[in-house]
Design a protein around this ligand. Sequence first.
Ligand code: BGC
Length: 759
Amino acid sequence: MAISLIMAMSSCSGDDLPLYKDAGAPVEKRVEDLLSRMTLEEKVGQMNQFVGVEHIRKNEASLSEEDLHNNTAQAFYPGFNADSVETWTRQGLVGSFLHVITAEEADYLQSLAMKSRLQIPLIFGIDAIHGNANAPDNTVYPTNIGLASTFDTDLAYRIARQTAKEMRAMNMHWTFNPNVEVARDPRWGRCGETYGEDPYLVSRMGYSTVKGYQADFGHDGVLACIKHFVGGGQSENGTNGAPAEISERTLREVFFPPFKEGTEAGAMSVMMAHNELNGIPCHSNEWLMEDVLRGEWGFKGFVVSDWMDIEHLHDLHATAENIKEAFYQSIMAGMDMHMHGVYWNEYVCELVREGRIPESRIDRSVRKILEMKFRLGLFEQPYSDSEEGMKTRLCPEHRNTALEAARKSIVLLKNDGLLPLDPKKYRKVLVTGINADDHNILGDWSAEQKPENVITVLEGLRAVSPETEFVFVDQSWDPRNMSPAKVDEAARKAVDCDLCIVVAGEYMFRGRWTERTSGEDTDRSDIELVGLQNDLIRKVAASGKPTVLILVSGRPLGTEWAAEHLPALINAWEPGMYGGQAITEILYGKVNPSAKLPISIPRSAGQIRMIYNHKPSQYFHPYVLGESTPLYPFGYGLSYTSYDYSDLTLDKDETTSDGVVKVSVTITNSGHMAGDEIVQLYIRDRFSRITRPVKELKDFVRIHLEPGESKVAVFEITPDKLAFLNRNFNPVVEPGEFIVMVGPSSSDKDLLKKSFTVK
Ligand code: BGC
């Protein structure tokens, strides 16, 4: 250690600027120059993350060791303290931080890194899942499930671009998003941070998001991280991090494509999944990291572990006898960076000195991490420009986009003609429910935001319909501890009102980690409304007054009773800072709803896994009691106008396995309100050697139509949309019949159909 340090320092002597500090030199040369000056300890340090010191200090005072083990939102390091982490940073032994939520702290930690021998800047990572919402005073967009409901990839791109700018304004460079897991189990609390159940839609949203974040790493680009690789969206029993038993076919057909697309979009980091996959933890899974990700897809970035998951090879999965062995297994399987904590530097250096891990293997990881730091311009600009930053964060353009996204993300599930509401008819309106006047509409992965930056539903109602008298009965935020007296009060007051609005759902706020009912690590054994919420809905509706139910939730909820008995039902997901405004604008018809479900809504947990793209034999024997169809299918969502689909035309009835078929369809707005329609194209391979789903989404387009207006949507069916993986997992297009289905949802009754043949 002493010798390598002296040698490294001597090569840095003299007045000459070392090559790696020369902004004009090519990145590869800078990387090699810097690497050649680094000690083993400095290299291994680059591969390590810590949580921010403010975060550590807060938790040192309040958390137990048990919390540390169980709570993935909090951390500290028993036996060490925040000062130790500062010292290591000053010594150049830390590569990255996460959970730093102010520009001041980021700049402070960076200033420590700038005191280290080689002045290698830190890279700050943050879960900027829907805007940089985990830090205060940033624009909070709808969460990913809402964004997916817009089917608007351009919007996804713009939100990612704006988020990157707000992040850079705070000296944050790396977002742990997009989450491109395919969510196939609504019991899983993380559905809300995904783009839903369909591999194609998830891929398209993920692709645009990666492009928007990175933007070729100009001064306002950030590093994207596609996560979690892989299978967490279909874990055993729907609990986060539970084992995933998924066949290689299903992995390749359903769970891999969004990651492959993300790699093609240029994502330069990937996070591994908590879970074991078919018996091998993802964090020590060489097949995933080396063979598939790097080998098959040519991934050029670095792989980061998820929260303490390398340690979990020892203390949870028990594939490693001790932590040092766990580090060994993970690195040798392809891991590059450790999230997060102590012992990494000591044990990994030992493993290299013992000859178990070649130093060249360490160099490979460090090269990638340094390359990103150079490409992000961190050597030239290690600090934030706070004045500039405040101009960017929450700027009017970003706020408008948050509002636009909320408006486009809210799904109208049922409307018996009650909506849009007529304020002249409904003068006195009861408003109640846990989400009626709560910042919970911000969704999971949001810090507390200032009240002036959030519009709750009640605030939205009062602003959008000032002539209406709103009678508010507060049910407080906590669904688990609702007051029966308050429920009865709402029922009583409903009788005197003309209409009732119940804003129910889940509670996701991270600040109340153990009390919430949905979100990360918050899985459920059913998908019913929690607590007295069903009582509230039924008792209010028993008043005989028309009752609208609005659901705020990241996961689909089985509200079968409400769907049957209430005249109107809205699924608002987690709509973000302007959720209350957008919901109200839809209620009052200022905005025409256009969103479509990116995930099927089952009637109950017993129906799980309820997916639209199931195999033909799935319901050969339907359930003997209860339905075999979902409450609402994938792709479904109503509007205040009506759209007629006609003239589905294929430009040929026969093609070859490398041919292209053009599909066109006319959509007419036959109602009285302008609106956006999301036109969906599904394909079924009629006969094939390997069983194929009953339908698969292969394209979509959002079109705007004025009343009476018609437009022709045109799609191209290229060979990749017809191909499936043969027995050896090679893509093939088999000759035979293909059915093309176009319409407003995945439901058979909504789709126009035509066939063509591949010769
Ligand atoms: C989550 C990741 C997240 C990380 C850092 C983990 O618990 O699974 O998605 O990026 O924490 O906050």
